[in-house]
Design a protein around this ligand. Structure first.
Ligand code: NDP
Length: 322
């Protein structure tokens, strides 16, 4: 049986793995079959992760984190979790391959997924003018004309932030009033660089190697028109990836996994959570990494509190019976 299984391989998962491995806990990291490395695998230049003054490519950063975890003995499995049994002293994690791994603790670090518009060119132009993160990519749009889609606090925050760089920022919203809090709305309304485009849905993104505009449809008249742009930031919400623990762990009103205070302790003993899956607010690589550290330390402390006579060690996965 394992001491720790870590589910997720973004900055939170890999940082938890580095700490757990350095504590000789030989963690197993379930890194996903297609999304190993998490959201940063889809970004280009990361300029705000401390320690890389010249910036680093997102995928390169994640490969470095993986290598660092492996160097200290973490084992990485490229597979997806299909079932979790988290009650009781022994946790069971079933994978797509059918293998069942057991551990005394589980760290859940599955991250969150940006909501997508669902347009065919959205993925193609992602990283080529289409972005979900103003903090990450705003710097590339100095003196440019860009747009933010959405009417919530995220969209207002992103639009306001982006005026530091861009010459003009449109806010494209499908209604004629905002969902955002009053203070965020007022800040955006007062900003001379921001222009609101009301009752408008983005129905197309255009451009060859990079975005050159969007097609907007008026939600009241159905009339379509083109809007020329150098960049498009999509801020229509974010969903923590919690489907594996629905009905198993307590969630917050915002849909993230509930943890006790600043710890990573979930509603079940021996189960810890870290990164975007517990964080509705900050959602940065560096805050996720810090959160992974907290989870590893919490798990380590929990393991140290268990009776010494319980057998420890790394075992082979059992074969599923079903
Ligand atoms: P929200 O769910 O609050 O808002 C999403 C916005 O996107 C809504 O205006 C919604 O439109 C719009 N939208 C959703 N789907 C689509 C779509 N397919 N096409 C076009 N528009 C769409 O998400 P946020 O990320 O803005 O905020 C999440 C939480 O985080 C909130 O609780 C928020 O208060 C909080 N937050 C707080 C901040 C702060 O205080 N500094 C900063 C950022 C977030 P509609 O209104 O029509 O439903």
């Amino acid at each position: 049986m394992r001491q720790i299984i870590i589910i997720g391989s973004g900055p939170a998962g890999y940082t938890a793995a580095i700490y757990a491995a350095r504590a000789n806990l030989e963690p197993l990291v379930i890194a996903s079959s297609v999304e190993a490395g998490g959201e940063l695998m889809k970004t280009t230049e990361v300029e705000n992760f401390p320690g890389f003054p010249e910036g680093i490519q997102g995928p390169e950063l994640m490969m470095q984190m993986q290598a660092q975890a492996e160097r200290f003995g973490a084992e990485i499995v490229l597979d997806d979790v299909t079932n979790l049994e988290l009650d009781g002293d022994v946790k069971r994690v079933t994978l797509g391959s059918g293998a069942v791994h057991e551990a005394r603790t589980v760290i859940f670090a599955t991250g969150s997924a940006y909501r997508k518009l669902g347009l065919s060119d959205e993925e193609r132009l992602s990283g080529h003018g289409v972005s979900w993160c103003a903090t990450c990519d705003g710097f590339f749009f100095r003196q440019k004309t860009i747009a933010v889609v959405g009417g919530g606090d995220s969209a207002m925050e992103e639009a306001t932030f982006l005026t530091r760089f861009a010459e003009k920022v449109y806010v494209i919203h499908r209604k004629d009033s905002l969902r955002a809090s009053k203070i965020m709305q007022e800040r955006a309304f007062a900003n001379e660089k921001i222009e609101f485009v009301w009752n408008s849905q983005v129905v197309g993104i255009t451009g060859g190697d990079a975005i050159d505009g969007v097609v907007l449809r008026d939600t009241q008249t159905g009339v379509e028109r083109d809007l020329a742009l150098d960049g498009l930031f999509i801020a229509i919400g974010n969903d923590p990836r919690t489907h594996l623990v629905h009905g198993k762990l307590d969630l917050t009103a915002e849909g993230t996994i509930a943890v006790q205070g600043r710890s990573s302790k979930t509603s079940l003993t021996g189960v810890f959570a870290a990164g975007d899956v517990i964080d509705p607010h900050y959602r940065q690589a560096v805050t996720a990494a810090a959160s992974g550290t907290v989870a590893a330390l919490d798990a380590e402390q929990y393991l140290a509190s268990l009776p010494a006579e319980q057998p420890a060690g790394v075992g082979a996965p059992q074969l599923a019976t079903a």
